[in-house]
Write a new protein. Structure first.
Lengths: 233, 185
C-alpha cells in the first residue's frame, strides 16, 4: 500500500528541507583547516611525550634493582609498554577520522595485547614476592605518578584528536587513555623497583585500565566538540 | 541510487575546493550528493515523518565535519560513514524525544493497514538498531538499499567475502531478535 505521508519534495529526489539546509550551510562559508597526515599528528604527540619521559627520568632515579633483573626480559617488558602506547596513539588518531575506524582498530587491539604480554613477562620471568609492599612517605605513590604523566599525555593526544572528527568520542577517549596511561606505566616501571606483586598489579598495571575508562567519560564530553559547532561562524 | 567511479572522483575534487571555502562548488556538491543521501536516509528511517529531519541532520553533520576529509582518501566511505553516524544520532534523539512524549487521549483516525505497516517498520528498525554496527550496515546496504555485494564492500572498505560473512551473521541475528520479540509479545 502506498503511504500518504511521504516527505514533501520540491523536485525529484529532493525534500523541501534540502534548499533551506543548503542555504544555512553555505551562508558565511569559510575555508577550513584540514587535519595533518596521521604520521605527522603521531609525531606531534610522540616527540613531546618522549621529551616529557626523558625529563622525568632525569629528575628521578632509575630503579635500583637492575642487576637482579634479566636484561632481555626487562628491556622487552619496557619495549612492549612503550610500543603499545605508540601503537594505540597511532590507532586512535586514525580512528578519529571518519571511515578510518577499521584501520585504527587493530592497532589499538594490538596495544592491549602488548600490555597483557608485558604483565605476563613480569609475572612469569621477573622476580616478585608478596611481602614488602612499598610505602611512599616522601614521594608520590606510583598510581599518582602514572595518573599525572598519563593525563598530560592524554590531554596532548586529545587536542590532536579534537581537531579531527571522532564519531564515537567516548570510545576514542578510552583508547587515547590506554595510550597515554601506558606512557605513565612505562615511566613508573623504569623508576619503581618494587617486586611486590600486589603493588605492581594495583599501582602499576591496573591504573592503566581504570584511568582509561575514567577519561573515556571525559572524552565523551570533550572530544565531540565538532558536533556542537555552529553551522556558520 | 548509484554513482559512477568518475562521479565519486569529481565529488572528491569538489570537496577539496569546499574546504578552501568555495560556496558555488559547495552548492553544486550538495545538490549532486543530496539525492544520494536522501535515498540513504529514506531507506533506513521507516517512520516517514522523521525522514526530512534525519536528512537535514545528516547534511549538518557533513557540514560540521567537512574539515576532516583527507584528500588522499576515498570520498565514498567518508561520506557514508558520516551519514550513517548522523542517522544513528538523529534516530537516538528522536527516540528519546518520543519516550518523553505524552500520549494523546483520542487518537486521530487512520487507515488500519497503514498503522499496521508503520508498526512493522518500527519493529524492524528497533531490531536493526540492536545489531552491532559491523553487522547492521551490511544487512541494510544489501537488503534494504538493494546495493550489490561489490558496491557495499566498496562503501564499507572491506572485502566481498568479509561482507558476505557479516551480512549472513546479521540476518541470523536479526531473525533471532525478531523471533524473541514476537515470542515475548
Amino acid at each position: 500500500m502506498k503511504r500518504k505521508n511521504q516527505g514533501t519534495k520540491t523536485k525529484k529526489g529532493f525534500p523541501a528541507a534540502h534548499e533551506g539546509a543548503v542555504e544555512r550551510m553555505i551562508h558565511g562559508l569559510r575555508p577550513v583547516k584540514t587535519p595533518m597526515p596521521i604520521w605527522a599528528q603521531w609525531l606531534c604527540w610522540v616527540a613531546p611525550v618522549l621529551a616529557l619521559t626523558v625529563f622525568l627520568l632525569s629528575r628521578v632515579s632509575l630503579r635500583d634493582d637492575m642487576p637482579s633483573l634479566s636484561p632481555v626480559i626487562y628491556n622487552l617488558l619496557v619495549l612492549f609498554i612503550f610500543m603499545g602506547a605508540a601503537l594505540a596513539a597511532w590507532g586512535v588518531l586514525e580512528s578519529s577520522i571518519p571511515a578510518g575506524e577499521a584501520k585504527g582498530k587493530w592497532k589499538t587491539r594490538v596495544a592491549i595485547v602488548l600490555y597483557g604480554l608485558a604483565f605476563l613477562l613480569f609475572v612469569l620471568f621477573l622476580p616478585w614476592d608478596m611481602e614488602n609492599y612499598p610505602h611512599h612517605p616522601l614521594y608520590l605513590s606510583c598510581f599518582v605518578v602514572s595518573l599525572v604523566v598519563g593525563l598530560v599525555a592524554w590531554a596532548g593526544l586529545g587536542l590532536l584528536i579534537r581537531h579531527n572528527a571522532p564519531l564515537n568520542s567516548g570510545r576514542t577517549g578510552i583508547w587515547a587513555g590506554v595510550s597515554a596511561f601506558l606512557v605513565g606505566l612505562g615511566v613508573v616501571t623504569l623508576h619503581c623497583g618494587s617486586h611486590n606483586l600486589a603493588h605492581v598489579c594495583l599501582e602499576h598495571f591496573l591504573p592503566v585500565l581504570v584511568y582509561s575508562l575514567l577519561v573515556g567519560w571525559l572524552g565523551s564530553r570533550w572530544l565531540c566538540a565538532w558536533k556542537r559547532k555552529p553551522l556558520s561562524k | 541510487m548509484k554513482a559512477s567511479q568518475s562521479q565519486w572522483q569529481s565529488w572528491a575534487q569538489m570537496m577539496r575546493r569546499v574546504q578552501e571555502g568555495d560556496e558555488d562548488t559547495y552548492r553544486t556538491l550538495l545538490n549532486e550528493v543530496g539525492p544520494l543521501l536522501y535515498s540513504y536516509v529514506r531507506r533506513r528511517v521507516f517512520n516517514k515523518s522523521q525522514v526530512d529531519d534525519v536528512y537535514q541532520e545528516v547534511l549538518f553533520t557533513l557540514h560540521r565535519a567537512r574539515h576532516s576529509y583527507m584528500a588522499d582518501r576515498p570520498f565514498a566511505p567518508w561520506l557514508f560513514t558520516l551519514a550513517h553516524n548522523a542517522f544513528l544520532d538523529a534516530i537516538g534523539k528522536n527516540r528519546k524525544f518520543a519516550e518523553r512524549e505524552v500520549p494523546v487521549e483520542f487518537l486521530p483516525e487512520t487507515a488500519p493497514d497503514e498503522e499496521k505497516d508503520e508498526s512493522l517498520g518500527d519493529e524492524l528498525q528497533q531490531a536493526l538498531l540492536r545489531l552491532p554496527e559491523s553487522l547492521r550496515r551490511p544487512v541494510v546496504m544489501m537488503k534494504i538499499d538493494g546495493l550489490t555485494v561489490e558496491e557495499s564492500a566498496k562503501r564499507l572498505g572491506i572485502s566481498e567475502t568479509a561482507l558476505k560473512v557479516r551480512a549472513h551473521r546479521g540476518y541470523v541475528r536479526l531473525k533471532k531478535i525478531l523471533l524473541e520479540k514476537r515470542a515475548k509479545a
